[in-house]
Design a protein. Structure first.
Length: 272
């Protein structure tokens, strides 16, 4: 796992030192303490011992798990390229794909061009998904708003099953969960034999009693781009932010969507 400037230890130190303590919820920042995370901080936040993480940062080889690498990627807010580099240096292969609806859909597009387009939307968070809401690319602004994207790459599973989503997505049941369950029902009707969508439906229903109860309402919904929604995110220090989500289907990939979250100051004025 070695090499000089771009060795794993050098990269890990760089990523750790650029992660500011004040950006991490639950850590107290004061004086020099606000500059960067220590190895002890990282170990506690990803759930390992300080000695264990110290060995990892020194490049000691061991059977490191994808779960650990995902937690580290989320903590350091690694970009997709950085996360892939971490996997390659530690495990010798990139992160496993989550399984897209159409295996050929991603290969048909210019991934670098798609990433450039998303990056150009900065400072607005932007991301691309396949038909089953697997996030296949995103920009740095989205990672800053939603650090989970480097760990849980399915948008629908996070929204419907993650406990923190119910707090961070204002009016979670009315504005997020019910409309998105309607989207799942809509796509399932259009793709009744699609195994990825079948598995998604099964997983979200199995994961939450509330989701099962809302599913029984049998609501159907197509996309509703531009509708005002509100977020309450750690990166905004809990202040509610209003956004309008612009969703676009790519011409050369029917199962690929680009989503841009446009902050709406006028919507913020209505927040009490």
């Amino acid at each position: 796992m070695g090499g000089e400037h771009d060795s794993l230890p050098a990269l890990l130190r760089t990523w750790r030192k650029r992660t500011k303590v004040r950006e991490i919820q639950g850590l107290t920042a004061s004086g020099r303490r606000a500059e960067c995370l220590t190895q002890r901080d990282v170990a506690r936040l990803v759930g390992v011992s300080e000695r264990w993480y110290g060995a990892f940062e020194r490049g000691v080889e061991a059977a490191y798990s994808p779960v650990f690498l995902n937690r580290l990627s989320s903590l350091f807010r690694l970009s997709p390229a950085e996360r892939q580099t971490l996997y390659l240096k530690v495990l010798g292969h990139p992160p496993a794909p989550t399984g897209s609806v159409s295996a050929g859909a991603v290969s048909e597009i210019d991934v670098q061009l798609l990433q450039q387009f998303l990056d150009n939307q900065d400072p607005a968070p932007a991301f691309a998904t396949d038909l089953a809401w697997n996030v296949i690319a995103y920009n740095g602004a989205l990672l800053h708003w939603f650090p989970w994207v480097s760990v849980e790459v399915n948008q629908m599973r996070w929204i419907l099953l993650a406990p923190e989503a119910r707090y961070q997505l204002v009016s979670w049941r009315r504005d997020w969960a019910r409309p998105l369950l309607g989207r799942i029902r809509y796509e399932r009707a259009h793709h009744p034999n699609n195994e990825v969508l079948i598995r998604l439906e099964r997983d979200v229903l199995a994961g939450s009693t509330d989701v099962r109860e809302m599913w029984e309402l049998r609501e159907v919904a197509d996309s509703s781009p531009g509708r005002l929604r509100r977020l309450r995110l750690p990166c905004h220090r809990g202040r509610e932010v209003a956004v309008r989500i612009v969703a676009m289907r790519l011409m050369y990939g029917e199962s690929l969507y680009v989503n841009v979250l446009l902050p709406d100051p006028a919507g913020d004025e209505d927040v009490i």
